[in-house]
Each structure stands twice: as C-alpha cells, then as structure tokens.
Write a protein that binds this ligand. Structure first.
Ligand code: KG4
Ligand code: ZN
Length: 336
C-alpha cells in the first residue's frame, strides 16, 4: 500500500492527544488538548484528575483529528496508542478507546512506547533522518541517552540516576516562584539572566559513565536560595534560572557528544519536553557543528507530549506487522 494512514492516540500524562500521520512522516492533523490550566492549581499533575479529564476529552479530540486531516475512518489503516510508560489511569483511557476503535472499525491495533514516540518525532521533523543516530530523550519523567540502531531497535547508553531533567526544571521553577510547568518558564526567565553569575556544580558523576544525575544540582540551587535569604541577600531569579539551566544543559550536551563519539555515530537528535529548551538546542547545535555531526531537533510542539510522534513510531511497527490484540494493557513502567 502506498499511503499508510495511522490514527494515533496519546494520553500518558496530562495531554489528551490524537493525530493522523501518513507514512510515519507526514502529519495530516495533530490535536492536543492540554490540562495544564487544571493541574497548575496543584503545582503538578494529579493522576486521578488527569484520568477523568482524558475520559471527558478523548472522543472530541479523536473526532477533531479525523476532521482536520479530512479523512474518514474507512481510510485509516491502523489505530496506534501509547501503552506506557506513564500514569496508569491516564494510559488506560487511551488504550481502551483505541481498542474500541480498532474493534469497531476492524483495523489493526498498534501499541507504542511513549519514549519511542518521543524519539520518532525526529522522523517527522527531518524527512531524511534514518537510523543509526544518538538521541538524548529528556522529559518530565525520563532522561535517557539512546543509541537508535534501527527502526524500533534501541540501546540505552545512559539514564538518570535520580531526577529526570524536566523534573529538575519543574522543581527549581517552583523554588524561585515561577509556577508550573517550570521548564518553559525557566527557559524564558534565563534569557534575562547571566548564566555565569552563580557557579552551580556540573554533576558528571564520573567521567566514564553516560549516566547523569540532577538531584545534587537541585540541592545546590535550593541551598543557594536558602543561604541568600538567611543572609538577607537578594536572590536574582533571572541569574539563578540562567545559571541552573546552563548547568543542566552543559551536562546533557557533554554526555550526548560523548555517546556519539563512543558509538562512532555522526548524527545526533534531541527528544522530549526538555528538548524544546532554547539553550540546550543552541549548545548542541554549536557542538555538533564543530564536530562535523548532523543535528536534528523536533519543533517545540513535537518535543512535548503529542500524538503525531506516536503515529510516526507506529508506522515502522505497521510495516513489520507488529500488531497488538485486545489484550493490550497499560504498562506504567514499560521500558524502551
Ligand atoms: O515530554 P513531556 O511533555 O512530558 C513527559 O513525558 O514528561 O515533558 C514535559 C517536561 C516538563 O518537565 C517541562 O517542564 C519540560 O518538559 N520542558 C522544558 C521546556 N519545555 C518543557 N524544560 C526546559 N526548557 C523548556 N523550554
Ligand atoms: Zn513525554
């Protein structure tokens, strides 16, 4: 078949999303209904509230995705859905909805790993991108340094030993009073600050490993704020944001470049919510240019949670006939 159309659904956290993607690369529609305004009040995602909101929204979101793509259910070749990792109650909404559609429409069902989805956002952005490449996946829940050997074939080179990168951004944002979600606000605030103002530690763990760690940096920033307040010194939040951000992205970039060298791989990609960080994109761009590597990064809307990335990942499973059946279940701790 020449044009494979996949309807994809994503509900692993606080976005209810659906998309129609053609041949894994061409996005016909990408609908995202975010719950940020609701969770903001609580300073983070409340799982129970997220599940309920997904149930309220999913039907409209899917309908809109079909309408925006101008396709009917008959034209759809498969239904894809994120089945993990994520919040179990949130995942279940998408999984069950997708199962229902696949059954009603008599179409194959494809289960997609959320992290694999994030990585696959790069196929949408760069139509010529093919494995192998190195991908730094940094989101609110995960930080993985991955060697993408082939479509659907991954080798994890490094992981965070404590907090995910996005989690660190969110916690520091809260500490300096920026609100939720923290990443984009720290990014914006950092632009008005001096990244060299405060010397925060670069937590490299040891030189050999490709793992990373952010809890030490987080404590250093919290201590800095606490000590400044004790001494009645003014905390310049723009400088804290810029100096903290620099410490995170420098380590992420350094480990990514090291991974590329180790695997003798000259293509580097970014993925996940933190991949939309402007300073991370800038640093990696510079370093890849200097090393003669090709560098891809999804546009910001494809970095944070969306369903188009799930449709991109699902396409390669469709080609390999890797279909799920009605026993597909939500797996909150699914690994790549
Ligand atoms: O991928 P994502 O939408 O959801 C998860 O799978 O976790 O990532 C959300 C995370 C949040 O922690 C958010 O603060 C962070 O990505 N983030 C950013 C930026 N935009 C989103 N972190 C740093 N800079 C940004 N511009
Ligand atoms: Zn995500």
């Amino acid at each position: 078949k020449e044009n494979v159309l996949i309807l994809s659904i994503e509900s692993s956290c606080d976005e209810t999303a659906a998309a129609v993607v053609e041949n894994g690369r061409n996005v016909l529609s990408n609908v995202i209904s975010t719950q940020i305004e609701i969770h903001k009040e609580f300073g983070g995602v409340v799982p129970e509230v997220a599940s309920r909101k997904h149930i309220e929204n999913i039907s409209d979101v899917v309908e809109e995705a079909l309408k925006n793509a101008n396709v009917t259910s008959e034209q759809i070749d498969a239904v894809a859905v994120t089945y993990g990792p994520g919040l179990v109650g949130a995942l279940l909404v998408g999984v069950n909805f997708a199962k229902g559609l696949a059954f009603a429409w008599q179409k194959p069902l494809i289960g997609v790993n959320h992290i694999e989805g994030h990585i696959s956002a790069n196929y949408i952005e760069d139509k010529n991108l093919e494995p192998p490449f190195i991908c730094m996946v940094a989101s609110g829940g995960h930080s993985h340094l991955v060697y993408v050997k082939d479509y659907g074939k991954y080798e994890i080179l490094g992981v965070t030993r404590d907090d995910a990168a996005g989690e660190a951004f969110d916690k520091i944002a809260r500490a300096i009073g920026l609100g939720y979600p923290g990443g984009p606000l720290v990014d914006k605030t950092a632009k008005m600050g001096n990244k060299d103002a405060i010397k925060f530690p670069r937590v490299i763990i040891d030189e050999e490993t490709l793992d990373f760690s952010f809890s030490g940096l987080k404590s250093a920033v919290l201590n800095y704020i606490h000590n400044s307040e004790q001494k009645n010194e003014k905390v310049i939040i723009e400088d804290v944001a810029a100096s903290f951000q620099e410490a995170v992205v420098e380590v992420l970039a350094m480990k990514t470049m090291k991974a590329a060298k180790k695997k003798d791989c000259n293509t580097v990609a970014l993925a996940g919510g933190v991949a939309s960080n402007s300073r991370l994109r800038e640093i990696l761009q510079e370093q890849c240019l200097a090393a003669g590597y090709k560098f891809t990064k999804p546009s910001p809307v494809l970095c944070t949670d969306n369903a188009a990335m799930i449709g991109a990942a699902a396409y390669y499973k469709y080609l390999n006939k890797q279909f799920a059946d009605s026993s597909l279940n939500a797996l909150p701790n699914l690994e790549l």
